[in-house]
Design a protein around this ligand. Sequence first.
Ligand SMILES: [Fe+2]
Ligand SMILES: [Fe+2]
Length: 241
Amino acid sequence: MKFTIIYDNRTYQEGWETGWGFSCLADNGKETVLFDTGDNPHKIVNNFIKSGKDIKKIAAITFSHKHWDHVDGLKGILNINKTARIYIPSSFPKKITSLVKENGNEIIYTGEKVKKIEDGIFITPAFDKFFTPAEQGLILETEIGLALITGCAHPGILNMVKKTNELFNRKVMMISGGFHLSAKTAGKVRRIIRKLKEEGVRYFSPSHCTGKKAIDNFKRECSENYIETGSGKSLNLDKLK
Ligand SMILES: [Fe+2]
Ligand SMILES: [Fe+2]
């Protein structure tokens, strides 16, 4: 199981587009699944061209939540891909469902249970049913545990990890994406990192809305298990021990 950060606030590989947003492409060796589409239709397509991945071949597209910086790039992808299945919560705004329907892609509504998208690739239900915005996580399965990819982690990264451990009855061993910690004090961030480790998380790859100071904290607290990321970062999860 591999994934590539197609779009992020920061660049990992020189020359890749950046902006306030997030997008990640999971690849199980047979099919690719896109999670979030960033904030800009042109930039995400440019980054896809750099990645060498084929937009036409994306089997499915799903989202963390409805915020603009995770959905506004969708149009660029749909201009090229008319066949990917689109997995969205029924609470998603009409501007997105209409765009998908007009394009001809199938919509599959995510609900209150975990949904398998492709082998080893799942979308969780929304964490905390009544929390707004409804946010779900992408789960990638590996032999040594689960990877949880988050868009903004508005329901709380620690909460999302705990709930995922329960939902799958398997441990999240890696987290990657936006953790939304910029308003937290350094002490609070350190406590969250400690509790994440107690829950079984071993690899940490914060990006997007995590906040620069919080990211520096992860770097310090997680040392060799901190994984630097940004637009253009690819990771083979099967190589983690
Ligand atoms: Fe958000
Ligand atoms: Fe965001």
